[in-house]
Design a protein. Structure first.
Length: 71
């Protein structure tokens, strides 16, 4: 599967996930192959003290300190 096709599949998957993830009482996020945020629900954004719009496109490293991920 080519990169362009993979990107379309990932985008479609994220859209499907977003439709139900917004209503979950837990954090949900979707990242691309380069660890950039494609989608997050409100619970995830609230955990970071931001809105989902403020977080989109940011890398995982920029969003969550490394120490938080490994502890």
């Amino acid at each position: 599967m080519g990169q362009e096709t993979q990107a379309r599949v990932a985008d479609s998957w994220c859209e499907d996930i977003a439709q139900w993830a917004e209503h979950l009482p837990l954090m949900a996020a979707c990242f691309d192959a380069h660890s950039r945020l494609l989608y997050c629900n409100t619970a995830y954004a609230n955990w970071l003290g931001k809105t989902p719009a403020e977080l989109l496109g940011k890398s995982l490293d920029a969003l969550v300190p490394h120490e938080t991920l490994v502890t």
